[in-house]
Ligand binder design. Structure first.
Ligand code: 2RA
Length: 354
């Protein structure tokens, strides 16, 4: 019998993209596909591969008969319900932060560490944070060839990383500031937002305007100067690449882009690396698109990448003052490969071994 797939969080921002991905696949290995969400969304009808599905409420019984359960829900919901799904016999593939650093839960990017899918003593597999994930296909490929030793990263993160609330907030802010000639006086954007009935205290972006601005604060503040997104980049990169001592330093910044995270990466290797050799590595990786002709104005940018599955890489340079070091720019749709697509790819790998 074909395995049963459950999607928990079917009506959220990532869940919606997940359904889009499932609908776009030429074929799927699943028999039944069950959509699960909170009581508030239960009863909603959603089309999946040509059939109307009714969303069912998240209860223990909702996992009966499920082989693989994908979770696209907040941390606290996954923390409570992924173990319930596992207890009922499903393999939980979780896109939240609840289990990523648990030693008994593999953190998987299929291009990098697909072998870890089968090592899941808790019946749970974690999907990385979208910021880390956006550069993992590129870094994993380079690491295999040249041996990564140090990583310095600056992120340019899209509003949808903060979910539907982030998307709505950015659109509302853009509408409130456009056509007013703002941006020449400190505080004028803030004032325009307050006047338009968009108090900064309500913003998911650290109480700072995102429209016409950049915000060097992503996630929650964790002390000693670090925000959660920056610590996730460090800890998750180490775990996925299997380099426990990897030196990592990240600065995570929110930018007024709706969807697609970008990262400026400065990566040092134990072996000699050239731009030509790096290009070859990128070109050989099916999930990477190399767009690197700066002289003709060709490089990746979020507006060109959003909605695409691959990771886009460009601006590859040999660092002038650092040996064995490359600088490059990466863009990845944070809702697709950064979240839904990677989770789905892991789910399909689990299904292949059932
Ligand atoms: C963000 N990486 O961009 C987070 C979402 N998981 O806010």
């Amino acid at each position: 019998k074909s395995p049963t797939l459950a999607l928990v969080g079917a009506t959220g921002a990532v869940g919606t993209v997940m359904i889009d991905i499932i609908n776009g696949r030429e074929s799927v290995p699943w028999g039944e596909i069950r959509l699960i969400a909170s009581a508030r969304s239960a009863g909603k009808k959603i089309m999946v591969r040509g059939d109307e599905h009714t969303v069912v409420e998240l209860t223990p019984q909702a996992f009966d008969g499920v082989d693989v359960a994908m979770f696209d829900v907040p941390d606290e919901v996954s923390a409570r319900w992924a173990p319930v799904a596992a207890e009922r016999g499903a393999v939980a593939v979780d896109n939240s932060g609840a289990f990523r650093m648990d030693d008994e839960v593999p953190l998987v990017v299929p291009e990098v560490n697909a072998d870890k899918v089968s090592q899941r003593p808790k019946g749970i597999i974690a999907n990385p944070n979208c910021t880390t994930l956006s550069m993992m296909a590129a870094l994993g490929a380079l690491h295999r060839e040249f041996g990564l030793t140090e990583l310095v990263v600056a992120s340019y993160q899209a509003a949808s990383g903060a979910g539907q609330e982030g998307i709505d907030r950015l659109y509302a802010e853009l509408e409130a500031v456009s056509g007013k000639g703002l941006g020449n006086k400190a505080g004028d954007v803030r004032q325009a937002l307050e006047t338009a009935g968009l108090p900064l205290a309500d913003s998911p972006f650290a109480g700072t305007p995102l429209a016409m601005n950049v915000v060097p604060a992503a996630g929650s503040y964790k002390g000693d100067g670090w925000f959660s997104e920056e610590l996730k980049v460090r800890n998750e990169s180490r775990k996925i690449l299997g380099i426990s001592e990897l030196k990592v330093s990240a600065t995570c910044v929110r930018v007024p882009v709706v969807t697609t995270h970008s990262l400026a990466v400065h990566a040092t290797f134990s072996r000699e690396v050239t731009v030509e050799a790096a290009h070859k590595v990128f070109e050989a990786q099916p999930s990477i698109v190399l767009v690197d002709d700066p002289e003709s104005g060709r490089f990746p940018s979020p507006a060109e990448v959003v909605g695409a599955d691959p990771t886009y890489v460009g601006r590859v340079r040999q660092a002038l003052d650092f040996p064995n070091t490359l600088d490059f720019f990466v863009c990845g749709d944070n809702l697709r490969k950064g979240a839904a697509l990677n989770t789905y790819e892991v789910a399909e790998r689990v299904a292949a071994d059932l």
